[in-house]
Write a protein that binds this ligand. Structure first.
Ligand SMILES: Nc1ncnc2c1ncn2[C@@H]1O[C@H](COP(=O)(O)OP(=O)(O)OP(=O)(O)O)[C@@H](O)[C@H]1O
Length: 307
């Protein structure tokens, strides 16, 4: 019944044009409470532009954004009070320590003082809290940015490429941190990345965007389920084999000496094999090939085909 509740983030035909060109085009996102929603797409696909519109940082050319079931246009202050974000690079005062940066924000927003130590612990900066932010490593700066976004313990956290530019250890730390948020703090996370492997390891749901268009949206499992299996038959005379099979209603794809089929049950594999052999055509190899998520992603973003 979880999906019956209204989405925590919802867009309707969200579009943005720059210079007459659609950079985001009719995007209908639906993020459910408790998800880690991975917004995946190559550079320039429109991720940052979309995330900025979710926060009201830029105005859509067309379409609507609803957060917590409320219209962003009309309830922006209310929505932002309960939303943390980190878009592009974190903004902090370099001459202040990590702790002081959080203190400034805590006072400005009249948040409980104890939140500072809590978020420092979550992002594992407690041992560096008295160091000036300018002296932080890239990963520490990023963690400070996330700490600032978390300071009010919002219901929703929006992160644009949170692991960009970090080394593998830093990426791993941020990944574990993000993964703990829904369960431990009841925070729903929307994050973007251009790396499929990254999204695969963090997200529970995914939206794939390319050229401003949303090509796929669903759970990580449903994307994985789309991993199509291809069966390849190798034979010395593929043209004749194709003819024989076509007469039986099969439409294989011919690739070199191979005939390719998708969705072929075991019985049909053996039937096709028998058919070819009975016609005097040797089958020298039968192979099963699973399409990787990487291939699906490339196919989607390269050919703009909907799953
Ligand atoms: N203010 C702007 N004026 C003109 N064009 C813009 C503006 N902002 C973004 N664009 C264009 O819109 C497209 C989408 O950009 P966006 O930053 O949303 O992509 P992205 O998916 O976040 O990519 P990246 O991972 O490289 O940040 C790009 O072609 C970009 O050049």
């Amino acid at each position: 019944m979880k999906n019956m509740s209204p989405p925590i983030v919802e867009t309707q035909n969200l579009s943005k044009t720059y210079g007459g060109i659609h950079r985001v085009h009719n995007v209908n996102l639906a993020v459910q409470t408790g998800q880690i929603f991975g917004f995946l797409g190559p550079n320039g696909a429109g991720k940052t532009t979309t995330l900025k519109m979710l926060l009201g940082l830029i105005k859509p050319t067309e379409g609507k954004v609803k957060v917590f079931g409320k219209d962003l246009d009309r309830h922006r202050p209310n929505i932002l009070n309960n939303t943390g974000s980190l878009i592009e690079s974190p903004s902090y005062y370099g001459h202040l320590t990590g702790y002081e940066n959080l203190k400034v924000m805590q006072r400005l927003r009249s948040l409980p003082g104890k939140n500072i130590d809590k978020v420092l612990k979550i992002v594992r900066l407690e041992n560096h809290k008295h160091k000036k932010a300018d002296q932080y490593s890239l990963g520490m700066k990023q963690r400070l940015g996330i700490a600032m976004a978390l300071l009010a313990f919002p219901s929703l956290l929006i992160l644009d490429e949170p692991t960009n530019g970090l080394d593998p250890a830093g990426i791993g730390e941020i990944r574990e941190l993000i993964k703990s948020l829904p369960e431990q703090y009841g925070i729903t996370v929307v994050l973007s990345s251009h790396l499929l492997s990254e999204i695969e390891q963090i997200a529970t749901s995914v939206g794939i965007i390319n050229d401003g268009k949303l090509l796929f949206q669903g759970t990580m499992q449903s994307l994985q389920a789309a991993n199509k299996v291809t069966i390849r038959f190798k034979t010395p005379d593929p043209a004749r084999a194709e003819k024989i099979l076509q007469s039986q209603g099969y439409l294989p794809k011919v690739q070199g000496r191979q005939l390719l089929f998708t969705h072929l049950p075991d019985e049909e594999v053996s039937y096709i094999n028998r058919l070819l052999v009975e016609q005097g055509l040797p089958v020298t190899r039968i192979e099963e090939q699973k399409k990787s998520l990487e291939n699906i992603f490339l196919e989607l973003t390269g050919k703009e085909r909907s799953l």
